[in-house]
Design a protein around this ligand. Sequence first.
Ligand code: NDP
Ligand code: MG
Length: 383
Amino acid sequence: MKRIAVLGATGSIGVNSLNVAAQLPDDFRITAMTTHKQPELLLQQAQQFRPEVVAVTGTVVSDETRRAFQRLHIHVLQGPEAILEISRNASYDLLLNAVVGAIGFLPTLAAVDRGKHIALANKETMVIGGALVNRAAQQKQVHIVPIDSEHSAIFQCLWGESAQDIEALLLTGSGGPFRTWPKEEFSGITRAQALKHPNWSMGPKITIDSATMMNKALEIIEAHWLFHTPAEKIRVVVHPQSVIHSMVLFADGSIKAQLGLPDMRVPIQVAMTWPERRPAPWPRLEFDRLLTLTFEPPDPEKFRSLALAYEALASAGTAPAVLNAANEAAVQLFLEEKIAFTRITALVEEALQLHANAADPSAAELLAADAWARQFVQQQCQV
Ligand code: NDP
Ligand code: MG
Protein backbone atom coordinates (compact mmCIF):
# COMPACT_ATOMS: atom_id res chain seq x y z
CA MET A 1 0.00 0.00 0.00
CA LYS A 2 1.53 3.31 -1.14
CA ARG A 3 0.62 6.34 0.97
CA ILE A 4 0.17 9.42 -1.20
CA ALA A 5 -0.03 13.14 -0.42
CA VAL A 6 -1.90 14.96 -3.20
CA LEU A 7 -1.02 18.65 -3.49
CA GLY A 8 -3.71 20.42 -5.53
CA ALA A 9 -6.32 17.68 -5.05
CA THR A 10 -9.15 19.92 -6.30
CA GLY A 11 -7.57 20.76 -9.67
CA SER A 12 -7.79 19.01 -13.00
CA ILE A 13 -4.82 16.69 -12.34
CA GLY A 14 -5.73 16.35 -8.66
CA VAL A 15 -9.25 15.10 -9.40
CA ASN A 16 -7.94 12.67 -12.01
CA SER A 17 -5.34 11.39 -9.52
CA LEU A 18 -8.04 10.67 -6.97
CA ASN A 19 -9.92 8.90 -9.74
CA VAL A 20 -6.91 6.62 -10.27
CA ALA A 21 -6.57 6.02 -6.52
CA ALA A 22 -10.27 5.13 -6.30
CA GLN A 23 -9.99 2.48 -8.99
CA LEU A 24 -6.99 0.86 -7.26
CA PRO A 25 -8.08 0.89 -3.59
CA ASP A 26 -5.72 -1.93 -2.58
CA ASP A 27 -2.70 -0.09 -3.93
CA PHE A 28 -3.11 3.44 -2.62
CA ARG A 29 -4.08 5.30 0.49
CA ILE A 30 -4.43 9.09 0.31
CA THR A 31 -2.98 10.50 3.53
CA ALA A 32 -2.93 14.24 2.76
CA MET A 33 -4.73 16.57 0.37
CA THR A 34 -4.63 20.30 -0.36
CA THR A 35 -6.74 22.95 -2.05
CA HIS A 36 -6.30 26.66 -2.58
CA LYS A 37 -9.84 28.01 -2.61
CA GLN A 38 -12.22 25.05 -2.66
CA PRO A 39 -12.56 23.72 0.91
CA GLU A 40 -16.08 22.41 0.25
CA LEU A 41 -14.91 20.29 -2.68
CA LEU A 42 -11.95 19.16 -0.56
CA LEU A 43 -14.39 18.09 2.15
CA GLN A 44 -16.37 15.99 -0.33
CA GLN A 45 -13.13 14.37 -1.51
CA ALA A 46 -12.03 13.84 2.08
CA GLN A 47 -15.31 12.07 2.91
CA GLN A 48 -14.39 9.51 0.26
CA PHE A 49 -10.63 9.21 0.82
CA ARG A 50 -10.33 9.91 4.59
CA PRO A 51 -6.86 11.54 4.64
CA GLU A 52 -5.14 12.27 7.96
CA VAL A 53 -4.58 15.91 7.17
CA VAL A 54 -5.74 18.55 4.67
CA ALA A 55 -4.51 22.04 3.85
CA VAL A 56 -6.42 25.05 2.56
CA THR A 57 -3.97 27.69 1.36
CA GLY A 58 -5.97 30.49 -0.25
CA THR A 59 -9.21 31.09 1.65
CA VAL A 60 -10.76 30.93 5.10
CA VAL A 61 -12.47 27.67 6.00
CA SER A 62 -15.96 28.21 7.41
CA ASP A 63 -16.73 26.95 10.92
CA GLU A 64 -19.22 24.48 9.50
CA THR A 65 -16.69 22.96 7.07
CA ARG A 66 -14.04 22.84 9.79
CA ARG A 67 -16.42 20.99 12.09
CA ALA A 68 -17.23 18.53 9.30
CA PHE A 69 -13.51 17.78 8.92
CA GLN A 70 -13.22 17.37 12.69
CA ARG A 71 -16.05 14.84 12.73
CA LEU A 72 -14.02 12.80 10.23
CA HIS A 73 -10.95 13.17 12.52
CA ILE A 74 -9.10 15.04 9.80
CA HIS A 75 -6.64 17.70 10.84
CA VAL A 76 -7.06 21.01 8.93
CA LEU A 77 -4.11 23.30 8.21
CA GLN A 78 -4.71 26.79 6.86
CA GLY A 79 -2.71 29.56 5.20
CA PRO A 80 -0.16 29.87 2.40
CA GLU A 81 2.52 27.93 4.31
CA ALA A 82 0.24 24.94 4.92
CA ILE A 83 1.19 23.21 1.68
CA LEU A 84 4.87 23.28 2.66
CA GLU A 85 3.95 21.97 6.09
CA ILE A 86 2.18 19.00 4.46
CA SER A 87 5.19 18.33 2.30
CA ARG A 88 7.57 18.55 5.27
CA ASN A 89 5.58 16.81 7.98
CA ALA A 90 2.70 14.67 6.68
CA SER A 91 3.17 10.92 6.48
CA TYR A 92 3.36 9.67 2.89
CA ASP A 93 5.56 7.57 0.58
CA LEU A 94 4.88 9.50 -2.63
CA LEU A 95 4.23 13.21 -3.07
CA LEU A 96 1.92 13.83 -6.02
CA ASN A 97 2.44 17.48 -6.83
CA ALA A 98 -0.50 18.79 -8.88
CA VAL A 99 -0.58 22.44 -7.88
CA VAL A 100 -0.25 25.00 -10.64
CA GLY A 101 2.60 27.46 -10.79
CA ALA A 102 5.85 28.35 -9.07
CA ILE A 103 4.22 27.75 -5.70
CA GLY A 104 4.85 24.04 -6.32
CA PHE A 105 8.66 24.35 -6.31
CA LEU A 106 9.45 24.46 -2.57
CA PRO A 107 7.04 21.65 -1.61
CA THR A 108 8.73 19.36 -4.17
CA LEU A 109 12.18 20.30 -2.90
CA ALA A 110 11.12 19.76 0.72
CA ALA A 111 9.76 16.29 -0.09
CA VAL A 112 12.93 15.34 -1.98
CA ASP A 113 15.00 16.54 0.98
CA ARG A 114 12.99 14.10 3.14
CA GLY A 115 13.85 11.31 0.70
CA LYS A 116 10.28 11.01 -0.61
CA HIS A 117 9.58 9.94 -4.19
CA ILE A 118 7.72 12.38 -6.41
CA ALA A 119 4.97 12.02 -9.01
CA LEU A 120 5.32 15.37 -10.71
CA ALA A 121 2.60 17.23 -12.59
CA ASN A 122 3.85 20.63 -11.45
CA LYS A 123 6.27 21.19 -14.35
CA GLU A 124 7.15 24.60 -12.93
CA THR A 125 9.18 22.78 -10.24
CA MET A 126 11.72 21.60 -12.83
CA VAL A 127 11.57 24.76 -14.92
CA ILE A 128 12.47 26.93 -11.94
CA GLY A 129 14.88 24.74 -10.04
CA GLY A 130 15.66 21.61 -12.04
CA ALA A 131 19.35 21.74 -11.14
CA LEU A 132 18.69 22.01 -7.39
CA VAL A 133 15.96 19.37 -7.41
CA ASN A 134 18.13 16.94 -9.38
CA ARG A 135 21.06 17.44 -7.02
CA ALA A 136 18.88 16.77 -3.97
CA ALA A 137 17.18 13.80 -5.68
CA GLN A 138 20.55 12.24 -6.46
CA GLN A 139 21.76 12.69 -2.89
CA LYS A 140 18.61 11.19 -1.43
CA GLN A 141 18.17 8.47 -4.09
CA VAL A 142 14.72 9.84 -4.89
CA HIS A 143 12.79 9.08 -8.09
CA ILE A 144 10.95 11.88 -9.85
CA VAL A 145 8.38 10.33 -12.15
CA PRO A 146 6.69 12.77 -14.52
CA ILE A 147 2.94 13.07 -14.96
CA ASP A 148 3.10 15.57 -17.82
CA SER A 149 1.97 13.38 -20.73
CA GLU A 150 4.95 14.12 -23.00
CA HIS A 151 7.44 13.40 -20.26
CA SER A 152 5.56 10.30 -19.18
CA ALA A 153 5.77 9.13 -22.80
CA ILE A 154 9.52 9.74 -22.92
CA PHE A 155 9.97 8.16 -19.49
CA GLN A 156 8.16 5.04 -20.75
CA CYS A 157 10.14 5.00 -24.03
CA LEU A 158 13.34 5.07 -21.96
CA TRP A 159 12.50 2.02 -19.82
CA GLY A 160 15.36 -0.42 -20.39
CA GLU A 161 17.39 2.07 -22.45
CA SER A 162 20.63 3.89 -21.63
CA ALA A 163 20.92 7.65 -21.67
CA GLN A 164 23.99 7.53 -23.88
CA ASP A 165 21.95 6.03 -26.72
CA ILE A 166 19.56 9.00 -26.93
CA GLU A 167 19.99 11.03 -30.10
CA ALA A 168 16.97 13.25 -29.53
CA LEU A 169 13.85 13.63 -27.43
CA LEU A 170 10.90 14.46 -29.71
CA LEU A 171 8.31 16.36 -27.71
CA THR A 172 4.97 16.36 -29.46
CA GLY A 173 2.46 19.15 -29.08
CA SER A 174 -0.97 19.75 -30.58
CA GLY A 175 -0.04 23.28 -31.61
CA GLY A 176 -3.05 24.56 -29.67
CA PRO A 177 -6.20 26.21 -31.01
CA PHE A 178 -4.38 28.86 -33.11
CA ARG A 179 -1.99 26.64 -35.05
CA THR A 180 -3.72 27.36 -38.36
CA TRP A 181 -4.62 31.00 -37.67
CA PRO A 182 -2.76 33.72 -39.58
CA LYS A 183 -0.29 35.57 -37.38
CA GLU A 184 -2.02 38.90 -38.07
CA GLU A 185 -5.10 37.70 -36.19
CA PHE A 186 -3.24 36.72 -33.01
CA SER A 187 -3.55 40.15 -31.38
CA GLY A 188 -7.36 39.90 -31.43
CA ILE A 189 -7.53 36.47 -29.73
CA THR A 190 -9.97 36.56 -26.81
CA ARG A 191 -9.85 34.84 -23.43
CA ALA A 192 -12.75 32.54 -24.41
CA GLN A 193 -11.07 31.52 -27.67
CA ALA A 194 -7.77 30.78 -25.91
CA LEU A 195 -9.48 28.74 -23.20
CA LYS A 196 -10.77 26.19 -25.76
CA HIS A 197 -8.13 23.53 -26.20
CA PRO A 198 -8.77 21.19 -29.15
CA ASN A 199 -7.82 17.91 -27.40
CA TRP A 200 -7.26 18.23 -23.66
CA SER A 201 -9.43 19.48 -20.80
CA MET A 202 -7.09 21.17 -18.31
CA GLY A 203 -6.84 24.00 -15.78
CA PRO A 204 -7.00 27.57 -17.18
CA LYS A 205 -3.32 28.47 -16.82
CA ILE A 206 -1.94 25.51 -18.78
CA THR A 207 -4.71 25.93 -21.37
CA ILE A 208 -3.50 29.47 -22.12
CA ASP A 209 0.10 28.16 -22.12
CA SER A 210 -0.92 25.63 -24.77
CA ALA A 211 -2.40 28.41 -26.90
CA THR A 212 0.86 30.44 -26.81
CA MET A 213 2.90 27.22 -26.99
CA MET A 214 4.61 28.44 -23.81
CA ASN A 215 3.50 25.09 -22.42
CA LYS A 216 5.82 23.38 -24.90
CA ALA A 217 8.54 25.89 -24.00
CA LEU A 218 8.20 24.96 -20.32
CA GLU A 219 8.23 21.29 -21.35
CA ILE A 220 11.53 21.70 -23.21
CA ILE A 221 13.11 22.96 -19.98
CA GLU A 222 11.32 20.28 -17.95
CA ALA A 223 12.63 17.55 -20.30
CA HIS A 224 16.16 18.94 -20.09
CA TRP A 225 16.26 18.41 -16.33
CA LEU A 226 14.12 15.27 -16.03
CA PHE A 227 16.11 13.34 -18.63
CA HIS A 228 19.51 15.02 -18.16
CA THR A 229 19.47 15.81 -21.88
CA PRO A 230 21.13 18.88 -23.45
CA ALA A 231 18.82 21.42 -25.11
CA GLU A 232 20.18 20.71 -28.59
CA LYS A 233 18.88 17.14 -28.32
CA ILE A 234 15.32 18.25 -27.52
CA ARG A 235 13.02 18.95 -30.48
CA VAL A 236 9.37 19.87 -30.79
CA VAL A 237 7.09 18.15 -33.31
CA VAL A 238 3.58 19.51 -33.89
CA HIS A 239 1.12 16.63 -33.96
CA PRO A 240 -2.44 18.02 -33.89
CA GLN A 241 -4.22 14.74 -33.01
CA SER A 242 -2.42 14.27 -29.63
CA VAL A 243 -2.29 10.49 -30.09
CA ILE A 244 1.49 10.14 -29.95
CA HIS A 245 2.41 11.70 -26.61
CA SER A 246 6.13 11.96 -27.42
CA MET A 247 8.99 9.96 -28.89
CA VAL A 248 12.66 9.16 -28.46
CA LEU A 249 15.10 8.91 -31.36
CA PHE A 250 18.00 6.58 -30.59
CA ALA A 251 21.57 6.59 -31.92
CA ASP A 252 20.84 3.75 -34.37
CA GLY A 253 17.98 5.68 -36.00
CA SER A 254 15.22 3.74 -34.23
CA ILE A 255 12.33 5.79 -32.85
CA LYS A 256 10.10 4.73 -29.96
CA ALA A 257 6.77 6.45 -29.39
CA GLN A 258 4.12 6.18 -26.70
CA LEU A 259 0.51 6.37 -27.89
CA GLY A 260 -2.91 6.57 -26.32
CA LEU A 261 -6.08 8.59 -26.09
CA PRO A 262 -5.59 12.05 -24.59
CA ASP A 263 -6.56 11.05 -21.04
CA MET A 264 -4.35 12.28 -18.19
CA ARG A 265 -5.41 9.37 -15.99
CA VAL A 266 -3.01 7.17 -17.98
CA PRO A 267 0.22 9.10 -17.23
CA ILE A 268 -1.03 9.76 -13.69
CA GLN A 269 -1.49 6.02 -13.09
CA VAL A 270 1.90 5.27 -14.65
CA ALA A 271 3.53 7.70 -12.20
CA MET A 272 1.57 6.35 -9.23
CA THR A 273 2.19 2.65 -9.88
CA TRP A 274 5.76 2.90 -11.21
CA PRO A 275 7.89 0.74 -11.36
CA GLU A 276 4.92 -1.53 -11.99
CA ARG A 277 1.83 -1.32 -14.17
CA ARG A 278 -1.73 -1.98 -13.04
CA PRO A 279 -4.92 -2.57 -15.04
CA ALA A 280 -7.19 0.38 -15.78
CA PRO A 281 -10.71 0.57 -17.20
CA TRP A 282 -10.45 3.71 -19.35
CA PRO A 283 -11.30 3.64 -23.08
CA ARG A 284 -8.53 2.39 -25.40
CA LEU A 285 -7.22 3.88 -28.61
CA GLU A 286 -8.98 1.85 -31.32
CA PHE A 287 -7.25 1.07 -34.62
CA ASP A 288 -10.30 -0.38 -36.40
CA ARG A 289 -11.46 3.15 -37.19
CA LEU A 290 -9.76 5.54 -39.57
CA LEU A 291 -6.92 7.14 -37.67
CA THR A 292 -4.82 9.78 -39.37
CA LEU A 293 -1.71 11.02 -37.66
CA THR A 294 -0.03 14.13 -39.02
CA PHE A 295 3.16 15.93 -38.12
CA GLU A 296 4.60 19.34 -38.92
CA PRO A 297 7.34 21.60 -37.62
CA PRO A 298 6.34 24.38 -35.20
CA ASP A 299 6.05 27.86 -36.71
CA PRO A 300 8.72 30.01 -35.03
CA GLU A 301 7.12 33.23 -36.30
CA LYS A 302 3.78 32.54 -34.66
CA PHE A 303 5.16 30.89 -31.55
CA ARG A 304 8.19 32.78 -30.29
CA SER A 305 7.88 31.01 -26.93
CA LEU A 306 9.86 27.97 -28.10
CA ALA A 307 12.92 30.05 -28.99
CA LEU A 308 12.67 31.72 -25.58
CA ALA A 309 12.94 28.34 -23.86
CA TYR A 310 16.17 27.54 -25.69
CA GLU A 311 17.49 31.03 -24.85
CA ALA A 312 16.61 30.62 -21.19
CA LEU A 313 18.33 27.22 -21.09
CA ALA A 314 21.44 28.63 -22.77
CA SER A 315 21.55 31.47 -20.21
CA ALA A 316 20.82 28.93 -17.43
CA GLY A 317 21.00 30.23 -13.84
CA THR A 318 17.88 32.19 -12.93
CA ALA A 319 16.69 32.72 -16.54
CA PRO A 320 14.22 29.78 -16.66
CA ALA A 321 12.69 30.94 -13.35
CA VAL A 322 12.25 34.41 -14.86
CA LEU A 323 10.66 32.95 -18.00
CA ASN A 324 8.24 30.98 -15.88
CA ALA A 325 7.29 33.78 -13.48
CA ALA A 326 6.90 36.42 -16.20
CA ASN A 327 4.66 33.99 -18.04
CA GLU A 328 2.55 33.25 -14.95
CA ALA A 329 2.05 36.94 -14.29
CA ALA A 330 1.27 37.70 -17.94
CA VAL A 331 -1.17 34.78 -18.26
CA GLN A 332 -2.96 36.01 -15.15
CA LEU A 333 -3.30 39.49 -16.70
CA PHE A 334 -4.58 37.98 -19.94
CA LEU A 335 -7.13 35.88 -18.02
CA GLU A 336 -8.25 39.11 -16.32
CA GLU A 337 -8.60 40.60 -19.82
CA LYS A 338 -6.06 43.33 -19.03
CA ILE A 339 -3.55 42.55 -21.80
CA ALA A 340 -3.71 41.22 -25.36
CA PHE A 341 -2.85 37.62 -26.19
CA THR A 342 0.35 38.60 -28.03
CA ARG A 343 1.58 40.60 -25.02
CA ILE A 344 2.04 37.38 -23.01
CA THR A 345 5.05 36.12 -24.95
CA ALA A 346 6.33 39.66 -25.56
CA LEU A 347 6.43 40.36 -21.81
CA VAL A 348 8.29 37.11 -21.17
CA GLU A 349 10.86 38.07 -23.78
CA GLU A 350 11.30 41.57 -22.31
CA ALA A 351 11.73 40.14 -18.82
CA LEU A 352 14.39 37.70 -20.06
CA GLN A 353 16.26 40.50 -21.81
CA LEU A 354 16.30 42.84 -18.83
CA HIS A 355 16.93 40.49 -15.97
CA ALA A 356 20.38 40.16 -14.39
CA ASN A 357 21.12 36.45 -14.51
CA ALA A 358 22.75 34.70 -11.55
CA ALA A 359 24.70 31.50 -12.12
CA ASP A 360 24.16 28.38 -9.98
CA PRO A 361 21.39 30.01 -7.91
CA SER A 362 20.18 28.91 -4.48
CA ALA A 363 16.47 28.38 -3.85
CA ALA A 364 16.31 31.88 -2.32
CA GLU A 365 17.91 33.41 -5.43
CA LEU A 366 15.48 31.55 -7.67
CA LEU A 367 12.54 32.87 -5.67
CA ALA A 368 13.99 36.40 -5.81
CA ALA A 369 14.28 36.14 -9.61
CA ASP A 370 10.70 34.88 -9.70
CA ALA A 371 9.51 37.86 -7.64
CA TRP A 372 11.49 40.30 -9.81
CA ALA A 373 9.89 38.95 -13.01
CA ARG A 374 6.36 39.21 -11.60
CA GLN A 375 6.96 42.79 -10.50
CA PHE A 376 8.48 43.62 -13.89
CA VAL A 377 5.38 42.37 -15.71
CA GLN A 378 3.07 44.28 -13.37
CA GLN A 379 5.05 47.48 -13.91
CA GLN A 380 5.01 47.12 -17.68
CA CYS A 381 1.25 46.82 -17.56
CA GLN A 382 0.84 49.51 -14.90
CA VAL A 383 -1.75 47.61 -12.92
P1 NDP B 1 -5.74 23.46 -11.98
O1 NDP B 1 -5.80 24.94 -12.04
O2 NDP B 1 -6.88 22.67 -12.50
O3 NDP B 1 -5.51 22.99 -10.45
C1 NDP B 1 -4.50 23.54 -9.66
C2 NDP B 1 -4.56 23.02 -8.23
O4 NDP B 1 -3.62 23.78 -7.44
C3 NDP B 1 -5.92 23.22 -7.56
O5 NDP B 1 -6.10 22.25 -6.57
C4 NDP B 1 -5.77 24.60 -6.94
O6 NDP B 1 -6.68 24.83 -5.87
C5 NDP B 1 -4.33 24.55 -6.45
N1 NDP B 1 -3.71 25.88 -6.38
C6 NDP B 1 -3.88 26.91 -7.24
N2 NDP B 1 -3.17 27.98 -6.84
C7 NDP B 1 -2.53 27.62 -5.70
C8 NDP B 1 -1.68 28.31 -4.78
N3 NDP B 1 -1.30 29.57 -4.98
N4 NDP B 1 -1.23 27.63 -3.70
C9 NDP B 1 -1.59 26.34 -3.48
N5 NDP B 1 -2.39 25.64 -4.31
C10 NDP B 1 -2.87 26.27 -5.40
O7 NDP B 1 -4.39 23.03 -12.68
P2 NDP B 1 -4.06 21.68 -13.48
O8 NDP B 1 -4.53 20.50 -12.70
O9 NDP B 1 -4.45 21.83 -14.88
O10 NDP B 1 -2.46 21.71 -13.48
C11 NDP B 1 -1.70 21.37 -12.33
C12 NDP B 1 -0.24 21.22 -12.75
O11 NDP B 1 -0.14 20.12 -13.64
C13 NDP B 1 0.32 22.43 -13.52
O12 NDP B 1 1.66 22.60 -13.19
C14 NDP B 1 0.20 22.01 -14.97
O13 NDP B 1 1.17 22.62 -15.79
C15 NDP B 1 0.45 20.52 -14.87
N6 NDP B 1 -0.14 19.72 -15.94
C16 NDP B 1 -1.50 19.69 -16.10
C17 NDP B 1 -2.09 18.95 -17.11
C18 NDP B 1 -3.57 18.86 -17.24
O14 NDP B 1 -4.06 18.06 -18.05
N7 NDP B 1 -4.36 19.59 -16.51
C19 NDP B 1 -1.27 18.21 -18.08
C20 NDP B 1 0.15 18.27 -17.81
C21 NDP B 1 0.68 19.00 -16.77
P3 NDP B 1 -8.19 25.37 -6.22
O15 NDP B 1 -8.94 24.17 -6.67
O16 NDP B 1 -8.67 25.93 -4.95
O17 NDP B 1 -8.03 26.40 -7.30
MG1 MG C 1 2.22 18.28 -21.42
